[in-house]
Design a protein around this ligand. Structure first.
Ligand code: G3I
Length: 375
């Protein structure tokens, strides 16, 4: 069939419009390095990560070969809204920590009233995708509902509330949650016990009681003490060590210590100090897990590419320390991509602390973990 000049121009016009529309759709989200406040909630154009590492295997397969878990903290709102978020989670991670869905105020907003639906969704997703769940968190001084904090409880009444909470939450997920952060952030920066509703009303033995109740509620779950800035050696990690040593010596059922590892390229703890800290905890018979890792790159004068390489090195070193330890069961990042990190909104400034960028593309930190897992 002979194509007239008019038809040819029409075809070129349609193709041209198509190219422009495609380019507009592929435009990535706002860079966190330029503008922190504008988060694009649009799904990224690419739904699968292009893996270019040597073996081509995702992180979770390499971690499994090494006998450890690679995890991500997951937010129920992102999980519900974004299919690409769910795909990336299932593709790369074999452990999931609910970032907020299992916190006291979320689960137990009124006396005797529990809202389990978000937590249930995450636990079911993990089960459907052969992922372990790391439960977070049973006893913390933050994220408590008003009904709990605004009343002047007796020691006995507050013990009863906490025991009921632990039994109800752990009982619901008994057999489905491998490990729990039982007590979170009970130690202050200088090593003293943090003042909280728990320590002030029940007394310092709220920690021991929580572990004992948790063990009763699910005897098979691993029970963790979890904290931040206690990764290397220093006053805080010494205090955490003394705390868990005392629990172990008195046969309190604690299985391990979570080292959160919220850090930055400027002040990441020295790998040899983290290794020494893990060693002394392992020597007590306790497991260790890196539970909430992210590495801030804000506030450093170097060009972005160099900062991302420095960030990759912190991830690589931390994974290498975990792999070399006698009993380090995994590494979890606090979020999946830079689009989802708690840091920009908490500190009110831009940052890019995770393994994937805002368009869900793997960063140097991702490839550093691939290398560490598959040297
Ligand atoms: O979802 C609501 C939203 O509906 C509302 O409009 C908005 C208004 O502020 O708040 C939203 O909830 C916020 C939630 O994050 C989700 O963005 C809460 O206010 C905010 O307090 C909450 O912050 C969480 C924080 O813990 C406190 O629970 C962060 O996401 C979470 O990353 C952070 O995680 C902690 C770990 O649990 C313990 N270790 C430190 C780590 C970082 O702080």
């Amino acid at each position: 069939m002979k194509i007239t000049k008019h038809v040819k121009w029409s075809i070129w016009f349609v193709l041209g419009v198509g190219v422009v529309v495609t380019l507009l759709l592929l435009k990535p989200g706002v860079s966190p390095l330029n503008n922190s406040r504008e988060f694009s909630r649009q799904a990224p154009a690419l739904s699968a990560v292009e893996l270019t590492d040597r073996s081509g295997l995702p992180l979770r397969d390499l971690a499994q070969r090494q006998g450890i878990r690679i995890g991500a903290a997951v937010r129920a709102d992102f999980y519900t809204d974004d299919a690409d978020y769910r795909s990336l989670l299932a593709q790369e991670f074999n452990s999931l920590t609910p970032e907020n869905a299992m916190k006291f105020a979320r689960l137990h907003p009124e006396p005797g009233t529990y809202h389990f639906s978000d937590a249930d969704d995450l636990v079911n997703f993990a089960s459907d995708h052969q992922m372990q769940v790391h439960g977070h968190v049973l006893v913390w001084h933050r994220n408590l509902p008003d009904w709990l904090t605004e009343e002047d409880w007796s020691r006995q009444a507050l013990e009863q509330i906490l025991k009921q909470h632990i039994f109800t939450v752990m009982g619901r997920y008994r057999g489905q949650i491998a490990a729990w952060d039982v007590v979170n952030e009970a130690v202050e920066r200088r090593g003293q016990l943090r003042k909280s509703i728990w320590s002030e009303t029940i007394g310092p033995d709220y920690i021991e009681l929580a572990f004992r109740w948790a063990h009763e509620a699910d005897p098979d779950a691993q029970l963790f003490y979890n904290d931040y800035r206690g990764e290397g050696l220093g006053r805080k990690s010494d205090a955490i060590y003394a705390l868990v040593q005392d629990l172990v010596q008195r046969d309190v059922p604690i299985s391990g210590v979570g080292l959160q590892m919220h850090t930055s390229i400027q002040d990441a703890p020295k790998p040899e100090k983290v290794a020494a800290n893990i060693r002394r905890l392992n020597d007590l018979g306790l497991s260790v897990r890196i539970t909430e890792m992210d590495v801030q790159i804000y506030g450093d004068e170097r060009p972005e590419a160099e900062r991302l390489q420095a960030q990759a090195a912190v991830y690589r070193d931390t994974m290498a320390v975990c792999l070399a330890a006698t009993d380090c069961t995994g590494l979890t990042t606090w979020g999946i991509s830079d689009r989802h990190s708690w840091i920009p909104s908490f500190f009110d400034r831009p940052d890019a602390p995770l393994l994937f960028d805002e368009a869900y593309q793997p960063k140097p930190a991702y490839y550093a973990l691939i290398e560490a897992l598959d040297p």
